[in-house]
Design a protein around this ligand. Structure first.
Ligand code: AKG
Ligand code: FE2
Length: 316
């Protein structure tokens, strides 16, 4: 089958028809349910992560334990103003509200990394996600966080940042629109997955929940903390940290009433460079758990669309 992109979900949502079978989620990882417990996700004051003070050390320890347990945190004092974040949300909303013909001017093809378009369809058996997407490429790297992650493990501060710094990586921004879905009991906004990035920054919808994260085999709802960024470890940081940091499994549930708009920014090492566990994190007590590899993103997409966890391909 030729690789193609799926049609806009927004069109299906307004048609009022029953969603096609290919959107019905048939995989594992438990029933779809939007009423799980709320996860207690640590709040981290990101302005303290660069401070060489007792408060700074304490925040670094909080960061380390958050990334080693749930693999994510709610970042506050991140330097982006609330009015800017509201504007980002508003612009995304305006874009998705444009007539289809206007949005299609920005359509992406399977090869493009930017533009309006959906999941690549790699096989007829693939379950499709109830979401429409707009992809952009940014050039700013989150130096502060990647350096703080290394310092929290008492290793050289460039250990993670080196792999993703300017010219060696990208920040891909993806606006996600989840239209109301007539069958939230059968259909997911995004299938269970962990991210293929080093780290991901998520600006959640201001009012509509939907993200769930798995911890110890149980799904939890991610609460909305206004203007915080939900920051999670991706597979590449789990690999580089030799498993010290966990790339959490997560999914998005839909609802029948309201649309939800989020912005995910993925910080991704350049595909040509080799990533692997940092030497300082390998010891007799903690053997190397992952292989060194290049082109992780390609490996990622092959496995993801088949419903497999890509990081398993990296395990020794
Ligand atoms: O929209 C969300 O809440 C999460 C999206 C997500 O997990 C992703 O785009 O990888
Ligand atoms: Fe994700």
């Amino acid at each position: 089958m030729v690789e193609s992109l799926s049609n806009p979900v927004q069109e299906l949502a307004v048609s009022g028809e029953d969603p096609p079978e290919k959107y019905v989620y048939k995989g594992e990882h438990g029933a779809i349910d939007a009423s799980f417990l709320v996860m207690e996700i640590p709040l981290i004051d990101m302005s303290l992560l660069t401070s060489s003070s007792a408060a700074g050390d304490e925040e670094l320890q909080k960061l380390r334990s958050a990334l080693a347990s749930c693999g994510c945190f709610q970042g506050i004092n991140h330097g982006l103003t609330s009015s800017f974040l509201d504007k980002v949300h508003e612009v995304a909303k305006q874009f998705f509200a444009l007539p289809i013909e206007e949005k299609q001017i920005y359509s992406r093809t399977v090869e493009d990394i930017e533009g309006y378009g959906n999941d690549s369809v790699l096989s007829e058996h693939q379950t499709l996600d109830w979401t429409d997407r707009l992809y952009l490429t940014l050039s700013l790297m989150n130096e502060l966080l990647l350096k703080a992650m290394a310092r929290s493990l008492n290793i050289e501060e460039h250990s993670f940042f080196e792999a993703v710094r300017r010219e060696r990586g990208t920040m891909t921004a993806r606006f996600n629109l989840y239209p109301p879905c007539p069958r939230p009991d059968l259909i997911l906004g995004v299938k269970p997955h962990a991210d293929g990035s080093a780290v991901t920054f998520l600006l959640q919808d201001r009012e509509v929940e939907g993200l769930q994260i798995m911890k110890d085999g149980q799904w939890y709802r991610v609460p909305i903390v206004p203007h915080a960024l939900l920051i999670n470890v991706g597979d590449q940081a789990e690999i580089m940290s030799n498993g010290e940091f966990k790339s959490p499994l997560h999914r998005v549930v839909t609802n029948s009433e309201r649309e939800r708009i989020t912005l995910a920014v993925f910080c991704i090492p350049e595909s040509g460079i080799e990533i692997g566990p940092v030497e300082e994190l390998i010891s007799e007590n903690r053997p190397k758990l992952y292989k060194n590899m290049k082109n992780f993103v390609d490996i990622y997409f092959q496995n993801y669309q088949q419903g497999k966890r890509p990081i398993d391909a990296a395990k020794i």
